[in-house]
Structures are given as C-alpha cells and as structure tokens.
Design a protein around this ligand. Structure first.
Ligand code: ADP
Ligand code: ASP
Ligand code: MG
Length: 444
C-alpha cells in the first residue's frame, strides 16, 4: 500500500489537480492521500497559505479580512469550476471568514488552505474526506503526539478504505488547531504513511527528485537516485526545502522509504530515501550540497579560555536566558564562535554581547552578520581522502573567503560559513569541483 502526499505546486490549479487524480487513479495501492494548500499558479501569484496568514493579520490589524479573503475564495472557486465539480464552498467560506475575524489563531487561518484543498481532491477522486483534526494530535504545548495520532488513524482506517487528508495541521486537546512549521504537510504525510504501514511514502512535488544542489542556484544539478534518512535530514535542515527536515522521524524507525516524485513527470523514478543498509552503492564522493542565508556569528575572545572550566556553560546560560537557540559552536584555543539564525538574535544583539562579556569577563566580543552556511553532505566523504581539499581549493580558486568551518563528528558533512554575497558563487564552485573530481578530472 502507498501513502501519497501532493505539495502546493501539485494542488495549484484545476489542471495540476487533474494530473494528481490521474496519478492516484493509476495505482489502486494509492489509498491514502495527503495534500497541501494550493501553491502559486505562476510566478506572480501568492500561495493560498500566505494569503491566509495575510487574512489573519488583516483581521487583527484592521478588524476584518473581508478584502484579503476574497482572493482565497477566488482561488478555490476557480479550481472547482475548472474541475467541473458539484461543490459549493459558500458556507465553508463564510464560516472561515467569520472565525478569522473573531481573531482565532494564525494557525487556524493557515490550516484552512489544506482543509479546503483536501475537500476538493476527495470530491474529484470520490474518496472520503478525513479531517486531520480528528487524527493528528498535539499536546497543549504544541508537541506532536505521534503514538496517539497513529492509534487514532488506525482506528479510523478500519472503516475507511480510501481517504484524502489535509496536511499541515492537527489539534491540541482543547480542540484548538495547531500547524507544523512551514512545509509541514510533508510531516503529516509521513505520519499517515507510518499509521497505514505503507510500503512506500510517496512525496509528489514539482522536481524529478532530490537534486544534488538547489536548482534555483546550480543549473541542472544531477538527480540523487538514493539517499539515507540521515543525509536527507542534513540536507533538508540546511536548506534543501524539497522535503521538511522533520518528515523522516515518523517513518525512519520502521524503515518506510520515502520516494520523492514529480507530478509533472511521473515516468521519472525520483529519489528513494532509505535506511543506511538499503543504500545503493555509489561512486559519488559527496551526496549533495545545501545552504541557507541569514546567520550571525558571535565571536568571543579570551586569553586562556581553553583551560577555564565552565566557560561554555556561562555563555550558554546567557543564550538560554534570552531564549536563543544556536546552530554551531566552533572553538579555537582562545576563541569561541557561536552561529545563530538572524531571527533568533534580532533586536537583542547589543544586550546579548554585553551579557556575554560580563558573564565570562571576555577580552572581546564581536558580532558578525551577513553569514551564509553551506553544508556538503555524504556518507562516502568519510572514506575518501582529499574531500576537504577539493572543497576548500574550490572556494579558494573562486576567491571566496571562508569565515567558519565545522565538520560534524560523524564526518557526514562539512559546513562552511561564507559572506552572504558569495553564497551562490560558493555553492556553484563546490558543486562543479566535486562533479569534476567524480568524473576523474583533477581540479588541482
Ligand atoms: P511542494 O509544493 O511540492 O511541497 P516545495 O516548493 O516545498 O514543493 O519543494 C520543491 C522545491 O524545492 C523545488 O521546486 C526546488 O525549487 C526546491 N529545492 C531546493 N533545493 C532542492 C534540491 N536539492 N532538490 C530538489 N529541489 C530543491
Ligand atoms: N501550505 C503549508 C505551507 O505553505 C504547508 C505545506 O505546503 O506543506 O507551508
Ligand atoms: Mg513543500
């Protein structure tokens, strides 16, 4: 049995939804289907989820989302008309608009895109619409209750042979709607795949699979035919947003493979994401490259720091008190750097610098903004000599200054920090250097 998730690009308009229906109907094993809200129909369009967040903001700031909600109505009405469905959402629209105006939560507003999208596909396929509010459960703190959700879905499944389920949200014990973070329908799909004991979790999107670099940065990157859950997690967490980085957790422990497929090219086999013992042998040196802009480094200098017991703890206490999480903490003999996402430290920079200086009596504390991180990832890296040399000489040749280096202890990745203005150039330099090295052309 297969569980499929179709993303926003696949659910964007009547034409793409017809392709989705063709794919589902082409294999009777595709029994449970999870969907996202409609995405952009063209480059100038706005995703329905973004429209709904706008509706919520308008309700809070202007007291009404009537104007912005019109765009949501129009988008869904165009889909219903294009698919020739006998569906009337008037009551749903009025209820949703009224609820958003009553200043329910942003999560409630955002979730309605998936809710309506699933109702449409259920009608198109003749499947049951199963509201995620019934089966995906969080606790009051907003943490997913995986096992409770699996039990609920399994109970429902006994009576429902085929269903379409909205992705992205579930409910807290109070009944309040709670969403995952953006892109979270991938997680919903993984939960349903686990609950249904699927043979494969198919994740349908608008690219042929997981590519070795972001296709918006590198021209025509190679397709990865197979990668492990760990590699996927590293790449997705570092910015390869084709799949949500948390979507492996429900399926990894039971070994359900994830297959990324292209709705617009269903003949392509896509990418399989599997456990390490199921990995196909590959001559690749690296598996892929991913990165993200928007990091800040706090550089702390103090003579003899390395011999001072409790130094890092004092720094961490400041961050904990200020509710700041950090990404990396590379250290030298007398220096410690902390890499933090910009949004974590915005508006608090000077306060944090002063507090750290006082807490550890530092000689110097500096802030450097405008950093981007790039991760080069792959299981094969550990067993190959010269991987780091290939990476760093590629950056040197491209005249790129490396501001930070962090190699994970598993040797599964090397992360470098570069100035954001060098970001795209750096990814291209690393990508092409490894392509040449793998094809036997030395770059030295
Ligand atoms: P969906 O709407 O199906 O959830 P997303 O927009 O979330 O789709 O993810 C697909 C997009 O991810 C692709 O269109 C591509 O631009 C982007 N992307 C970024 N990095 C990669 C990568 N390494 N491989 C494939 N796609 C990537
Ligand atoms: N619609 C949500 C978003 O845009 C969730 C998803 O597409 O997975 O983030
Ligand atoms: Mg997505």
């Amino acid at each position: 049995m297969l569980v499929c998730k179709f993303g926003g690009t696949s659910m964007a308009n009547a034409e793409t939804i017809s392709k989705v229906a063709e794919i589902v109907n082409s294999d009777p094993d595709r029994r449970y289907v999870v969907v996202s809200a409609p995405g952009k129909r063209d480059a100038s369009d706005t995703k329905v989820t973004d429209l709904l967040y706008q509706c919520f903001n308008d309700a809070v700031s202007k007291g009404s989302c009537h104007e912005s909600f019109k765009l949501v109505r129009e988008h869904f009405d165009a889909i219903i008309k294009g698919l020739n469905l006998d569906l009337d959402f008037s009551e749903d629209y009025d209820e949703i608009e009224e609820n958003i105006n009553k200043s329910t939560t942003a999560d409630y507003a955002a979730s309605r895109g998936e809710y309506l999208s699933a109702k449409i596909l259920a009608a198109k396929l003749g499947y049951v619409f199963l509201d995620a509010a019934r089966v995906v459960k969080f606790n009051e703190e907003g943490e997913l209750q995986l096992h409770y959700s699996l039990d609920l879905f399994r109970n429902v499944m006994e009576n429902i042979e085929r269903a379409v389920i909205p992705g992205f949200y579930g409910t807290k014990p109070s009944g309040e709607i709670k969403t995952f973070t953006r892109g979270g329908s991938d997680i919903s799909g993984a939960i349903i795949a686990r609950a249904a004991k699927a043979d494969v979790y198919e994740n349908w999107t608008d690219v042929d699979g997981f590519l070795r670099a972001d296709p918006r940065i590198v021209q025509k990157p190679e397709l990865i035919d197979c990668l492990t859950y760990r590699e996927l997690r590293e790449l997705a967490y570092m910015g390869a947003n084709v799949l949500h980085p948390e979507s492996i957790f429900p399926v990894r422990s039971v070994g359900i493979p994830i297959n990324i497929r292209n709705t617009f090219n269903p003949d392509s086999k896509g990418t399989m994401i599997v456990a390490p013992n199921k990995r196909l042998d590959s001559k690749r040196i690296i598996t892929g490259i991913a990165g993200q802009k928007g990091f800040t480094v706090i550089l702390i200098e103090k003579a003899m720091m390395n011999s001072e017991v409790g130094f890092a703890r004092k720094v961490m206490s400041v961050l904990e008190y200020e509710n700041i999480s950090f990404e990396h903490m590379p250290s030298g003999i007398d220096t410690l750097s902390i890499v933090i996402r910009d949004e974590q430290i915005q508006n608090k920079m000077q306060k944090v610098v002063d507090k750290i200086r006082d807490a550890v009596n530092a000689d110097n504390v500096e802030i450097h903004s405008g950093l981007s991180l790039i991760a080069t990832v792959g299981h094969n890296m550990a067993s190959r000599h010269g991987t780091a040399a290939t990476l760093f000489s590629a950056l040197a040749k491209a005249n790129i200054n490396v501001r930070m280096i962090d190699q994970g202890s598993s040797e599964l990745n090397i992360i470098v920090g570069v100035d954001t203005y060098d970001y795209e150039k750096a990814i291209n330099a690393i990508y092409h250097a490894f392509m040449e090295a793998e094809n036997g052309i030395s770059i030295y």
